[in-house]
Write a protein that binds this ligand. Structure first.
Ligand SMILES: [Zn+2]
Length: 80
Protein backbone atom coordinates (compact mmCIF):
# COMPACT_ATOMS: atom_id res chain seq x y z
CA UNK A 1 0.00 0.00 0.00
CA UNK A 2 1.25 3.46 -0.98
CA UNK A 3 1.33 6.42 1.40
CA UNK A 4 -1.59 8.81 0.78
CA UNK A 5 0.86 11.72 1.08
CA UNK A 6 2.70 10.39 -1.95
CA UNK A 7 5.90 9.08 -0.33
CA UNK A 8 7.84 6.70 -2.57
CA UNK A 9 8.11 3.97 0.09
CA UNK A 10 5.31 1.58 0.93
CA UNK A 11 3.55 1.65 4.28
CA UNK A 12 4.46 -0.73 7.08
CA UNK A 13 1.96 -2.81 8.98
CA UNK A 14 2.09 -2.13 12.72
CA UNK A 15 0.09 -3.26 15.70
CA UNK A 16 -0.91 -0.34 17.83
CA UNK A 17 -2.98 0.45 20.88
CA UNK A 18 -5.71 3.02 20.40
CA UNK A 19 -8.37 4.62 22.51
CA UNK A 20 -11.85 5.22 21.14
CA UNK A 21 -15.03 6.47 22.73
CA UNK A 22 -18.31 4.59 22.93
CA UNK A 23 -21.19 6.60 24.40
CA UNK A 24 -18.50 8.92 25.76
CA UNK A 25 -16.90 5.96 27.60
CA UNK A 26 -13.27 5.29 26.70
CA UNK A 27 -12.54 1.97 25.02
CA UNK A 28 -9.01 0.72 24.44
CA UNK A 29 -8.23 -1.59 21.54
CA UNK A 30 -4.79 -3.18 21.47
CA UNK A 31 -3.07 -5.13 18.70
CA UNK A 32 -4.97 -3.08 16.16
CA UNK A 33 -3.31 -3.34 12.76
CA UNK A 34 -2.51 0.02 11.17
CA UNK A 35 -0.51 0.98 8.12
CA UNK A 36 2.17 3.51 8.98
CA UNK A 37 4.37 5.37 6.52
CA UNK A 38 8.02 5.08 7.67
CA UNK A 39 8.79 8.30 5.82
CA UNK A 40 6.24 10.82 7.13
CA UNK A 41 4.40 8.92 9.87
CA UNK A 42 1.06 9.08 8.08
CA UNK A 43 -1.31 6.42 9.35
CA UNK A 44 -4.03 4.61 7.53
CA UNK A 45 -6.50 2.14 8.97
CA UNK A 46 -7.03 -0.98 6.90
CA UNK A 47 -10.63 -1.94 6.19
CA UNK A 48 -10.29 -5.08 8.33
CA UNK A 49 -9.29 -2.95 11.32
CA UNK A 50 -12.06 -0.44 10.66
CA UNK A 51 -14.59 -3.29 10.76
CA UNK A 52 -13.20 -4.55 14.06
CA UNK A 53 -13.38 -1.06 15.57
CA UNK A 54 -16.93 -0.64 14.28
CA UNK A 55 -18.03 -3.94 15.82
CA UNK A 56 -16.44 -3.09 19.14
CA UNK A 57 -17.98 0.39 19.21
CA UNK A 58 -21.36 -1.13 18.38
CA UNK A 59 -21.02 -3.43 21.36
CA UNK A 60 -20.78 -6.58 19.24
CA UNK A 61 -17.57 -7.83 20.81
CA UNK A 62 -16.77 -9.10 24.27
CA UNK A 63 -14.05 -7.19 26.12
CA UNK A 64 -10.96 -9.18 27.16
CA UNK A 65 -10.62 -7.20 30.34
CA UNK A 66 -10.55 -3.78 31.88
CA UNK A 67 -7.96 -1.17 31.04
CA UNK A 68 -7.03 1.00 33.99
CA UNK A 69 -4.65 3.88 33.56
CA UNK A 70 -3.52 7.01 35.30
CA UNK A 71 -4.55 10.17 33.55
CA UNK A 72 -2.15 13.06 33.08
CA UNK A 73 -3.69 16.24 31.83
CA UNK A 74 -0.87 18.29 30.38
CA UNK A 75 -2.41 21.57 31.54
CA UNK A 76 -2.40 20.43 35.17
CA UNK A 77 0.74 18.32 35.44
CA UNK A 78 2.74 18.98 38.60
CA UNK A 79 6.27 17.61 38.61
CA UNK A 80 7.70 16.08 41.79
ZN1 LIG B 1 4.38 9.12 3.76
Amino acid sequence: MQCPSGCPCSMEERKVERMFHRNSEPVVISDLVMYVCPECGQESMPLSSARIVENILNGKAKPSGKFVAELYEVSSVILN
